[in-house]
Design a protein around this ligand. Sequence first.
Ligand SMILES: O=c1[nH]cnc2c1ncn2[C@H]1C[C@H](O)[C@@H](CO)O1
Ligand SMILES: [Zn+2]
Length: 363
Amino acid sequence: MAAELTADTIRTAPKVLLHDHLDGGLRPVTLIELAEQTGYDALPSTEPEALGRWFAESAYSGSLERYLETFTHTVGVMQDRDSIIRVASECAQDLAADGVVYAEVRFAPELHVQKGLSLSEVVQSVLDGFAAGTVAAAQAGHRIRIRALLTAMRHAARSREIAELAVAFRDQEVAGFDIAGAEAGFPPTRHLDAFEYLRRENAHFTIHAGEAFGLPSIWEALQWCGADRLGHGVRIVDDISLAFDGTARLGRLAEYVRDKRIPLEMAPTSNVQTGAAESIAKHPIGILKDLRFRVTVNTDNRLMSGCSMTSEMTGLVEAFGYGWGDLEWFTLNAMKSAFLPFDERLKIIDDVIKPGYAALKSA
Ligand SMILES: O=c1[nH]cnc2c1ncn2[C@H]1C[C@H](O)[C@@H](CO)O1
Ligand SMILES: [Zn+2]
């Protein structure tokens, strides 16, 4: 007999999160308090529930560009060391309480320098916050390993600098690099020098691609830039055709992505909000999982999507009828794809993930 699949039991399952934005995951209460403390006076509401609702509703725009506008408020209060430490510490605690055992959380250092912090100070503040949050989580009985990914904004021109920062901090829990922001009109090849530098440094990176723009963006991210993983990558389905007997035909790019086991960092609710997927039930994750692409489940922005790893997995269970074996498969895919040394990945798989799911399957 297996444990019943409910939000409560799924919360206890070990989960791995590869795609979560620090500035997309603030607690509404924290946002309100930090705004008060730092003199940020542009919040749309100062009542936590209404503010949470405002984010979720504003982010349901069907457009990535409009979705991204909501970040002005979160980034607005994350401009000093103490505020950043608090947000990062709470992030670690919230993920741990949600059953996340390993996380790579990203943020763009260049967005947090409005009040004079240097890029390095921003990174150090986040890392200090993660360390404090990890200790607090352990005291509450939750074990988490949380690391950072440094993001460069694709419309800006600081990617090489941010890539160098990621390499400088690689031995202090900075796992790798990413580019984010509006995708249409800002192809990843604009940042080729940053990616070439990272490859020469044997460093890891992921690229947001195939979310608000299609196959050319995915192709550039992989074949020009050399991305290790794809942020979302939802539009890879455009290269797959289904015959009416249900057989799938993969184009050359889709075949490459599957053959090379390129991890897809999918975030179902976020993808519906930005229009990358029609609904959870129609999300490409269903077909991509059936075809055994290396799919992972992620939150993207917990505040804007009003979600957690537990709610995303629960939504998939409801939409696709997944069982514990499927949730374990997503989790193993994510752990195998983490920017963490092989032996450490294996240890989390053997010591935490496999025993965790074995217990739930036989509860
Ligand atoms: O889903 C996303 N696609 C592209 N960019 C995004 C997404 N979610 C957040 N961002 C942007 C807005 C944040 O300010 C930035 C760094 O976390 O990354
Ligand atoms: Zn993202």
